[in-house]
Every structure is written in structure tokens, then in C-alpha cells.
Design a protein around this ligand. Structure first.
Ligand SMILES: Nc1nc2c(ncn2[C@@H]2O[C@H](COP(=O)(O)OP(=O)(O)OP(=O)(O)O)[C@@H](O)[C@H]2O)c(=O)[nH]1
Ligand SMILES: [Mg+2]
Length: 307
């Protein structure tokens, strides 16, 4: 799906805090300096502290050290340019596209731990898809938390889409079943299912997610086409652990990284890419349905480093 045009403005604004601490920090550390082993060591420590993660840092530092020894990197400015160039190549375009059904409705199942921004992110996806002329139906599979259905309904009313819902406390898989039937009979383009927050350690809840997946596949073959894990960027390394765990137990196909506007830890995007093989497809940069961006590596790295 070719949804969303990238508008760098919001991302840049959202990453202001990351840019200040990460980009600003690196610039003042490297600018106008001659490269030497001590500077490389300082840089390594700074990268790890900034949530880029151990693996990505090691890889970057090894490359920098090698080029330094060859005499290809001599100044701090060269190192900045080197890092930007390397980092931008980490996310191939094909990975970042939303997966879609060959025919019939595309089903997107949205999951993640409590409070990360699942429901808000659904509103964002819904708006962006509708802006592209797609018809969208929502399914309220969070039957657990009081008020969850209402929250989704409020967004739906504002965005002008319908919600399929069930009983509070009822079986979320039954709601998924009804939502899939409705999506097929109405011929909608995309069905997005909200789910209750859960921890990967909560076995019954993880099995429930599996059951929802099976119910979807029975009705709409190949579904869910996309299992989006919502991660809160402000949670830093915890987000990384959630990605690892949900990848094992929930068949995640993409990440929606929320709350990038509220964090100085944008580097987590790099750590996720290095440690788990799940593409970050969207980033959330605020609390309204407009505050979404497709993940664009060039814009992202520029926004992190500052131009
Ligand atoms: N600043 C900011 N806030 C966000 C973003 N996404 C979500 N939020 C806020 O995060 C809070 C939780 O959002 P929800 O969408 O209710 O999260 P949830 O994962 O559905 O929560 P549960 O259903 O309770 O598990 C709300 O106050 C949202 O406004 C974002 O990209 N930026
Ligand atoms: Mg919710």
C-alpha cells in the first residue's frame, strides 16, 4: 500500500529532543576534532548511552575504526557523514510497505502492551488510509478494559468510520469473527482490529491473540495480513525487549513506533532494526490522528542528527 506521503516537518519537530541530545551531543563531540582512538572510544560510549544499542554501536564503531586505520576518516566531520550514510541504508523500502491482501479486505491486527498507544495509532492509520480513498472498518477486540470500546468509537465517529463491537468482557475472538464477516459483506478495503494491552508473559492472553489470528484466517484467507506491534519510543530499551518477545509469540510483521515526539531516545529505531528483524513501518509524533508518518530513513536520520 502506498499510503502516506512523508512530510518531514512533523518528524523533525517530534524528534527535537532526540536531535538536541543525540545530534547536538555528537556534533559538539566531533566537530572540528581530529579523529583518534580516544575520540572513537568516547563516541562508542555516547552511542550506547543514546539507545542506539550495543549491536548497532559495535558495527558502526568497527567500520569507523577500519576506515580510520586506512586513513579514509581523519576528521570528526567525516565520522558524522559516515554514520549518517551507514544508518540510512539500514531500512530497505520494500520492508516498510504495509502488507496487503491480494483480494478482499486487508486485515491489520494491532497489538502491544498496555498504554503504548494502540488505539490512538489505529485512529492515525485509519485517517491516513481514508485520506488515500480507502474504506476502513474498525473492530473493537479490546473487550477487557472498561471504556476501551467507547474510546475507539469516539475516534471512529470523528473519522466517519464504523466499529464492530461486542459485549464488555466477551470473547475478543468473537468480535474478530463478526468484524471479518462485516468487512467481507461490506466489501471494505481495510479492517483494523484493536486489542487489549497484554504482556508477552501472560500466557492466556497471548493464546487469545493466537485464537484471534486463527479466526481471522478462517474467514479471510491469509489474514491478518499485518500484525502491527505498537511500541512506545519513550520506553527505550524496554521497547526493544517487547519487540523481541512479541516477535517470538505473536508473529509480528511490522512496528508502529509511537510517542517519538515525547522522547530523547529516537535512537531506539536503530536498535530495533539491528536486534529484531521487524521493520518499523510508521512512527507516531503526537496525540491526534494527523500525527503519523510513514517511516522514512533519510528523513529520520537527518532529523536525528540535525542538518
Ligand atoms: N505524545 C504522544 N502521545 C501519544 C502518541 N500515541 C498515543 N499517545 C498517548 O498515549 C496514551 C495512551 O494511548 P492509547 O491509544 O489509549 O494506548 P493503548 O495502547 O490503546 O492503551 P490500552 O488500550 O489501555 O492498552 C494516550 O494519552 C495517547 O494520547 C504519540 O505518538 N505521541
Ligand atoms: Mg487501547
Amino acid at each position: 500500500m502506498g499510503i502516506f506521503r512523508s512530510t518531514i516537518g512533523k518528524l523533525k519537530q517530534g524528534l527535537a529532543r532526540t536531535r538536541e541530545s543525540f545530534g547536538g551531543g555528537l556534533k559538539s563531540m566531533l566537530f572540528g576534532k581530529r579523529l583518534d582512538e580516544q575520540l572513537i572510544k568516547d563516541l562508542e560510549r555516547r552511542l550506547i548511552e543514546s539507545d542506539v544499542g550495543v549491536q548497532a554501536t559495535r558495527r558502526l564503531i568497527a567500520g569507523i575504526r577500519e576506515d580510520f586505520k586506512k586513513g579514509e576518516l581523519t576528521r570528526g566531520e567525516d565520522v558524522l557523514a559516515y554514520m549518517k550514510r551507514e544508518l540510512k541504508t539500514m531500512w530497505p523500502e520494500a520492508d516498510r510497505r504495509l502488507r496487503e491482501a491480494e483480494s478482499g479486505p486487508t486485515v491489520i491486527l494491532v497489538t502491544g502492551i498496555n498504554g503504548v498507544g494502540k488505539t490512538t495509532s489505529i485512529a492515525k492509520l485509519c485517517k491516513a488510509l481514508r485520506d488515500e480513498g480507502r474504506s476502513v472498518l474498525l473492530g473493537a477486540c479490546d473487550t477487557f478494559r472498561a471504556g476501551a470500546v467507547r474510546q475507539l468509537e469516539i475516534w471512529a465517529e470523528r473519522l466517519g468510520v464504523d466499529v464492530v463491537k461486542g459485549q464488555q468482557g466477551g470473547d475478543p475472538a468473537a468480535v474478530a469473527f463478526d468484524a471479518c464477516s462485516a468487512a467481507v459483506s461490506r466489501g471494505v478495503d481495510v479492517l483494523i482490529l484493536d486489542t487489549a494491552g497484554r504482556l508477552h508473559t501472560q500466557d492466556p492472553l497471548m493464546r487469545q491473540l493466537e485464537k484471534i489470528g486463527k479466526v481471522i484466517d478462517k474467514q479471510i484467507s491469509g489474514g491478518p495480513h499485518e500484525v502491527l506491534l505498537v511500541l512506545d519510543a519513550t520506553s527505550g530499551q524496554n521497547a526493544l525487549r517487547q519487540a523481541e518477545e512479541f516477535q517470538k509469540s505473536a508473529g509480528v510483521t511490522g512496528i508502529f513506533l509511537s510517542k517519538l515526539d515525547g522522547t530523547a531516545k529516537g535512537g531506539i529505531v536503530i536498535a530495533i532494526r539491528e536486534s529484531v528483524d521487524i521493520p518499523v513501518k510508521f512512527v507516531g509524533v503526537g496525540e491526534t490522528p494527523e500525527d503519523v508518518e510513514p517511516f522514512d530513513p533519510d528523513g529520520f536520520i537527518e532529523a536525528m542528527f540535525g542538518g
